[in-house]
Design a protein around this ligand. Structure first.
Ligand code: HEC
Length: 124
């Protein structure tokens, strides 16, 4: 009887583990699908911090200070990573108009964009 009970506990534990593993797997898969969109790597926020230095003159962080008072410079700190990637790709592909941002985004590689997006997204 005791042995039976233990066995059941063990099988139950295994089932829970498997289910948890499945969930984690699903979650990872979803994250991959969401971030994929043509990008094969996750952004590196540390690398992004260095790459984003030229951006900060306009996208002043953390106080969102605008060195060009006549421009509306959107706040990018704390913005969603996927949004930032999409926006930068749109400037890069010139599907989103704005000369200055197109010029800023055009030299960026997919990896640069992912890193910069990870960095800005990591800011609060
Ligand atoms: C000369 C000033 C300037 C520099 C430098 C600059 N930006 Fe911008 N950025 C702007 C302005 C102005 C806009 C708003 C453009 C528009 O209305 O589409 C903008 C828009 C954006 C947006 C879209 C935000 C939104 O809410 O849709 C992102 C993302 C962005 N910039 C990221 C960057 C990154 C990354 C860099 C550095 C590689 C950079 N910017 C450099 C001025 C600048």
């Amino acid at each position: 009887m005791k042995v039976m009970f233990k066995k059941r506990v063990i099988t139950h534990g295994l089932k829970v583990c498997l289910r948890a593993g499945f969930r984690v797997g699903m979650a990872l898969g979803l994250v991959c699908i969401v971030t994929a969109g043509g990008i094969a790597f996750a952004g590196d926020a540390d690398a992004g911090r260095v790459k984003a230095e030229t951006c900060l003159g306009c996208h002043g962080i953390p106080d969102h200070v605008n060195v060009y008072p006549t421009y509306h410079v959107p706040k990018v700190a704390g913005q969603h990573e996927e949004y930032l990637i999409a926006a930068l790709n749109a400037y890069k592909n010139k599907t989103r108009p704005h000369g200055t941002m197109q010029a800023n985004a055009s030299p960026l590689s997919d990896e640069d964009i992912a890193d910069i997006a990870a960095y800005f997204a990591s800011l609060k």
